[in-house]
Write a protein that binds this ligand. Sequence first.
Ligand code: DX5
Ligand code: ZN
Length: 219
Amino acid sequence: MKSKKYIAPSLLSANFLHLEREIEDIERAGADLLHLDIMDGHFVPNITFGPFIIKQIKSVASVPLDVHLMIEEPQRWIEKYIESGADFLTIHFETDPHLNRVINEIKRLNKKVGVSINPSTHPMLLEYVLEYVDLILVMSVNPGFGGQEFIENSFKKIKWLNNYREKHSLEFLIEVDGGVNESNVGLLSNIGADIFVAGSAIFSKNDYGKIIKRMRENL
Ligand code: DX5
Ligand code: ZN
């Protein structure tokens, strides 16, 4: 049976002057999740927004919020992000030497937990977390900005994760984020990715419904 596939538009590329309208439009267009990119200007060279804005987004959103923390010392912020409305909370492998503890904390608060890896991090390093997490987010660009080009060796990582998942009968989802578009989404899906984050590929178009439909046809 074909597993469920999720399209998660990244609001990073939305028009923040009309955020509520953008959220309504993207949900009507068929978004399964809203992907929210949190950047602190330390772990990544950009700053976005925090729990205050997430809370406002939550008050108008109907689909689950997929919160991608690109921040140092994520353990200090877990409760705040969960209180603000995160349904999936993903932290970066590179930001915390005590991943096991943070994963347990997010699970204790009854939320879905994810771990993300940068383009230069081998998924093999996740071997001892894979059985505890709900998702692994493979960064297919260097985190920090939308609109960058997909890094090709991400395919290898997704294959590695998918093989490991099958071999050990695990159930974590594989999410891919960065440079995802209509042309690569089909191949990413075939090799095992489940959640497709796309910012510029969707928000640069006038008709969000049409592009999401075209992407979904390739899954
Ligand atoms: C980048 C973010 C992405 C970004 C993707 O650091 O994690 O979620 O919004 O944007 P596109 O789809 O334009 O590469
Ligand atoms: Zn992201």
